[in-house]
Design a binder for this molecule. Structure first.
Ligand code: ACM
Length: 539
């Protein structure tokens, strides 16, 4: 039962490809206008693009063939077919029998050549009679189909053949990311966001090849994930949010649904339980956790730095062990984020003692610990990761321990910073971050003394004190998060603001079609879109 489908075996696939190519040669080529693959508005910009001038005409007769031992290659093909359907209305068959396939097809092929640079690398060869996408892994193929989706025009050409055609510029793309970790964080603690909202965010991020969604699941104002051994965390701690709204939480089933949804898009969810500070919601649920001996009440404001766990009580570590165990059991990804930021009322020695002990718990459950940069003041293992947000000194301490660093400098990468003084949402304690400022910086050498080899990647956090629904989330995240995808994927010598801003303007039809209420920055010449419905309000 290994290969029930006739077109999985490589030899047969190549034969099929040749057969289709020969058929195509008998027909007169379609007279597309000249194309230039290298000028297409791809984000993130691929590593190498060469144009060959012609075009592949995608139409209702095209089919998608997948080849590869892993059934996951067929799942990638099916995902592509669905996305092409949403954009064009075409219903492309996946791995049909030979007679059901047309002349011009898309082939997604596993290529085990050991020279691939990493598991996300892919190669795309577009010619008038076929599209060949090859990768060593389904993950690489998945990144490649995002490029393909971006290349399909929004509007068909209806005059060259009896049926509508979507011309794809011909040529070759060779691509791979510069950083393995390309993320965004969503704070679901200050305001809760539903499973549907998070799925929409995942879909949008995946289109730009972002591969990590870090969920900030707990804070002073709310505890958002069910812990079966400590049910009051969500019963009590999940009942509020900033501004006195009713909060909410993910059941473990909800959380698994998000993890699965993300993993189908080759995205890792990083769960964060912020401790020992930012813990008022936990201590309001179980007062023994509290470090100042009092029973706290629920908190709906936006102050930080006033709460702490009691770091010298063994029962606190039994609690943390249960939380890390349950969440790690739901999380196939390699990371567990312990927060560790702004523990202003925890004594320094207590803080270091706590982080050291919690790191061991995280490692016991098979995860790599991530913490905000303050954790580097503790005595950590080199496998742990510091997320640089504020202190270069802490980033330096992490480097000295041989730890990797994730770059999220608040002045450049915080999605909750306002664009300018007129922004409807957001804060500005770190900076105003207009769309150009968000893009024009160099993660590769931003933090002094942090060498590129120790940079795991870039993450753009979105804190939610000032946003409470998906439209407000989108206003702050888009378009800036698209730029962070390029900063983390594309090497510095290929990045250029003037070139990027033109490609960014061409994302408007996609964002409109996805009903994304992005901030229409005046720095960008946004492409007019056929999808601008009255329901889309971008003001
Ligand atoms: C942070 O912004 N407190 C990590």
């Amino acid at each position: 039962m290994r290969n029930p489908k006739p077109f999985r075996a490589p030899g047969i696939l190549l034969t099929l490809l040749l057969a289709f190519s020969c058929q195509q040669e008998k027909k007169a080529p379609i007279a597309f206008a000249p194309t230039d693959l290298a000028a297409e508005a791809l984000i993130p910009k691929p590593l190498e693009v060469s144009s060959s001038g012609g075009a592949f005409g995608l139409d209702q007769y095209s089919a998608i063939f997948s080849q590869g031992e892993a059934p996951a290659f067929e799942a990638v093909a099916t995902f592509l077919s669905e996305k092409i359907g949403e954009k064009t209305g075409l219903h492309l068959q996946v791995n049909p029998t030979e007679d059901a396939a047309g002349d011009r097809n898309i082939f997604i092929m596993e290529d085990k050549d050991p020279s691939w640079a990493g598991q996300e690398a892919y190669r795309l060869k577009i010619s008038p009679d076929s599209v060949l996408l090859s990768a060593a892994t389904p993950e690489g193929a998945f990144r490649g189909i995002q490029t393909l989706r971006q290349l399909i025009p929004d509007v068909s050409v209806d005059t060259l053949a009896p049926q509508p055609l979507w011309p794809l510029a011909a040529g070759m793309i060779q691509d791979q990311p510069q950083f393995a970790y390309r993320g965004s964080m969503l704070d679901v603690a200050r305001h809760f966001f539903s499973v549907e909202d998070v799925k929409k965010y995942i879909d949008l991020l995946a289109y730009y090849k972002i591969n990590v969604l870090h969920l900030h699941l707990t804070d002073d104002q709310g505890w958002r994930i069910e812990i079966k051994s400590w049910p009051k965390l969500t019963e009590i701690g999940g009942s509020t949010e900033v501004g006195g709204e009713s909060g909410g939480f993910y059941t473990q089933e909800d959380y698994k649904e998000l993890v699965d949804y993300a993993s189908q898009r080759y995205m890792t969810i990083v769960p964060e339980v912020d401790m020992p500070g930012h813990t008022n919601a936990a201590s309001a649920s179980y007062p023994f956790l509290n470090g100042n001996g009092k029973t706290p009440t629920l908190y709906e404001g936006t102050r930080v730095g006033f709460s702490t766990f009691d770091t010298r009580k063994d029962t606190v570590y039994a609690f943390v062990d249960d939380v890390v165990r349950e969440i790690s059991g739901l999380s196939p990804g390699p990371y567990f984020h312990i927060g560790g930021d702004e523990s202003h009322v925890t004594k320094k020695d207590d803080y270091r003692y706590f982080v050291n002990r919690v790191e061991k718990i995280v490692r016991k459950y098979g995860k790599r610990m991530i913490g905000w940069d303050e954790v580097a003041t503790a005595d950590l293992d080199s496998s742990s990761i510091a997320q640089f947000w504020a202190s270069e000194e802490n980033a330096q301490k992490a480097i000295e321990k041989g730890m990797q660093v994730i770059l999220s400098p608040a002045k450049k990468a915080y999605l909750d910073m306002q664009y300018d003084t007129l922004s409807r949402h957001g804060l500005h304690w770190a900076a105003y971050i207009p769309v150009d400022t968000a893009y024009v910086w160099t993660p590769e050498n931003y933090a002094q003394g942090v060498p590129k080899e120790l940079i795991l990647g870039v993450e753009a956090p979105l804190w939610s004190e000032t946003i409470s629904n998906i439209g407000e989330l989108e206003y702050l995240a888009f378009p800036r998060v698209i730029g962070y995808s390029e900063l983390s994927w594309t090497p510095e010598d290929k990045r250029d603001w003037e070139d990027y801003k033109v490609r960014l303007g061409k994302q408007a039809p996609f964002l409109d079609r996805m009903n994304v209420k992005y901030y229409p920055s005046e720095l960008i010449d946004w492409e007019k879109s056929k999808y601008t419905y009255e329901t889309i309000q971008k003001d």
